[in-house]
Design a protein. Sequence first.
Length: 260
Amino acid sequence: MTRKLALCNQKGGVGKTATTLGLASSLSEQGLNVLIVDVDPQGNSTTGLGVEVTEDTMTTFDLMSRTAPGAAADAVIATPWEHVDLIPSNEALANIESDGANDLIFRLDIAFEGIDLSPYAAVLFDCPPSLGKLLFAVLCAVDGVIAVTEPTIDSVRGIENLQETIRNVQRRPNPRLTLEAIVLSRKRTTGEHRFREAELRDTYGDLVARTAIPELTARQDAHSTHTPIHKFSGGKALALQVAYTDLLSELSINTEGSVA
Ligand SMILES: Nc1ncnc2c1ncn2[C@@H]1O[C@H](COP(=O)(O)OP(=O)(O)OP(=O)(O)O)[C@@H](O)[C@H]1O
Ligand SMILES: [Mg+2]
């Protein structure tokens, strides 16, 4: 079954979008289809994939501004990246935080109701850096959370907060939700990063993915040229390609049975 996974951390700039796109690049490289749902008003996944949102483009905002079962199917577009589809986002999505509708946090889940996701190996939700309504809406719609964090002093505390949020959503309304993995991103070879990585592994054990994503400028260069990291040849892109592919193999994403 195709799993819906959210890449989360309320802290900004930790690598949620980079990890979303890196995993999508790995899946695409293996000939597997993936759907990215951009749930960030910054729209960094959308622009990173080289997609331009116009007035006519249906976005995540449209899915969340009304209650429409199955509407997600109408919002899916192909992207310049082979095998990668997208539900795009732009700054309009920020308005959702002030929407007081009773069913607001369920609308994203409802938008996916009845949709056949079997053509995709995974559906990846790129989350905004907040614990607001948008994040709750995602947590109601997905099966699992991949917490992305940098190995810094605040990371253990940040994961604790996210776990508490997950527990609240688990109680009601989404009992199937689990924290699937903690991914260390933007890892440098400094003593501080090594120390914090050890601290996270001590605290969370096997929940922390064995593969950490190194901080390498090729990641930014690939992003700014809208290029999948597996198609990027500059700098130390190869180390990033290996890291994202190794990370993918650790996650609960079925890379066997999906059709390309
Ligand atoms: N492994 C990496 N190596 C080098 N730079 C990276 C890496 N991962 C992310 N970056 C850069 O760090 C910045 C923040 O990364 P990214 O946008 O993925 O974080 P984010 O958690 O999605 O941020 P936000 O919370 O704003 O959505 C970007 O400029 C990105 O290109
Ligand atoms: Mg982001």
